[in-house]
Design a protein around this ligand. Structure first.
Ligand code: MG
Length: 448
């Protein structure tokens, strides 16, 4: 018997003192690998309520029974943020305490089915907060960013687009130029309609006669103005830059068909939300009549909404608000289904998504082959003070953090400095962060 075997035998008999340091360390590594990682249990579920940029961002924090192991998830339904908090704390929390934190799909199915009535925005956002927090925990446990847990990168970073807007067309073009100078290859352009409450830009000081005192919007005036904008953009910005535009479901179905045909010659990268979720059957008509690339989905809650559009290839980009659809788990499945139909992703990424949500977006962007483009919103100083480790943007590309999980730590002391309602004024304050009303000249309310 050689010396090494003698040592091993001695170790097996409890003679660990005879084992060399190097061998003991090796044995420990093997034991750890064989045992796998211990399963953490959920100890507490909390909601951080913060609004560092003036938009209400509910973020779920899940703590486990393992010291220092916790995670964060985006539950951002800013217009009804106060309702998400009790949905998490009073309904999901009691369900989750004591459950394993490492069974993510199982937990998602449990929460999704437990209310019986499902696929609504409040509960979906609440589930998303839990779902993303569990992914964060798993990443922290593994010592890897979540994108590694999903198979690793298929691209280095996510090409993203910025918002160029202005009351006048010249202002929009100046704004687009600034994005292009920063290295962006994609820019969304929105111009104000004189005197009207256009989406994505202000309407200036012109007064519009109306039978009421609410903000006014008329779809025909908006369409004429937008077509002029695209024409000027192409003249002044050239053909290289990718232009995007958001209709925000503000026109009639027939106008949407005609508008989609009229913008075809401007070669938009995509034309967003020409129809509302209630009118999705009309997408067939748009598809039959033009080749304008269509993006749709930020209001979607349910697979009943996105599945037919993907399967029938009626849209080019699925741009769901990840927390609204229930989190990373369902959106990862949605992206995989869309890949088979060559429908690309363009996850919703405005300021009413928390940096945790943006981290989930960019994670999906770099792991999904059928990624299209990512909407980008800059993180202001206050956001970066609260959410430390926001995804980094460089030359129009967004990069996921390399730290474990989402790679973001929430400074809860700083978060408390910006409570819900922070910076809100006037109508927004009165409506508790909700959106107000927009009406046609005759007083008819419109979809926003
Ligand atoms: Mg939109």
């Amino acid at each position: 018997m050689n010396r090494r075997n003698l040592l091993r035998m001695a170790a097996g008999l409890g003679g660990s003192a005879l084992m060399t340091k190097r061998e003991a360390a090796a044995q420990e590594r093997i034991a750890r690998a064989v045992r796998a990682m211990p399963s953490p249990k959920i100890k507490d579920v909390q909601v951080i309520q913060t609004a560092p940029a003036g938009l209400r961002l509910p973020v779920v924090k899940i703590l486990t029974d393992q010291d220092g192991l916790y995670g964060y998830g985006c539950a951002c339904f800013t217009q009804r943020a106060d309702l998400v908090v009790p949905a998490v704390e009073k309904y999901l929390g009691p369900f989750l305490i004591g459950k394993p934190a490492d069974r993510i799909d199982d937990t998602w199915q449990m929460l999704y089915n437990s209310s019986y009535w499902r696929n609504g925005p409040v509960l979906n956002n609440a589930i998303s907060g839990v779902d993303q927090a569990l992914w964060d925990i798993k990443g922290r446990q593994a010592g890897m960013p979540v994108y590694q847990l999903l198979g690793g990168k298929v691209r280095e970073a996510a090409d993203c687009y910025g918002h160029a807007s202005g009351t006048e067309i010249a202002e929009v073009i100046d704004s687009a130029r600034r994005w292009m100078e920063r290295g962006f290859r994609h820019v969304r352009v929105q111009v104000g309609v004189p005197g009207m409450a256009g989406y994505g830009s202000r309407g200036g000081t012109t007064a519009v006669k109306a039978l009421h005192s609410a903000p006014v919007f008329e779809p025909a005036a908006y369409i004429r103005r937008a077509l002029k904008l695209f024409e000027e953009c192409r003249k002044q910005l050239g053909d290289e830059v990718e232009l995007l535009h958001d209709v925000h479901e503000r026109v009639t179905p027939t106008q949407a068909v005609q508008f989609s045909k009229d913008v075809e010659k401007f070669h938009l990268f995509f034309f967003e939300d020409p129809l509302s979720p209630e009118d999705i059957a009309w997408f067939r008509l748009i598809r039959q009549q033009c080749a304008t690339p269509i993006a749709m989905g930020e209001l979607f809650n349910s697979p009943h909404e996105w599945s037919p559009l993907i399967i029938e290839r009626l849209i080019d980009y699925i741009r769901v608000h990840v927390s609204q659809a229930g989190g990373l788990t369902p959106c990862r499945k949605m992206a995989a289904m869309a890949e088979h139909f060559n429908v690309r992703t363009a996850w919703h990424g405005p300021g009413d998504v928390s940096p945790i949500g943006h981290a989930a977006n960019v994670t999906l962007d770099v792991v999904c082959y059928n990624f299209g483009v990512q909407e980008y919103s800059p993180f202001n100083e206050a956001l970066q003070e609260v959410f430390q480790g926001c995804p980094a943007q460089k030359d129009g590309y967004l990069y996921p953090n390399e730290a474990p999980g989402w790679g973001i730590e929430v400074n809860e002391k700083a978060a408390a400095k910006y409570p819900f309602g922070y910076g809100e004024q006037g109508e927004r304050k009165r409506l508790n962060g909700g959106w107000g009303e927009v009406r046609k000249r005759d007083g008819q309310i419109i979809k926003q």
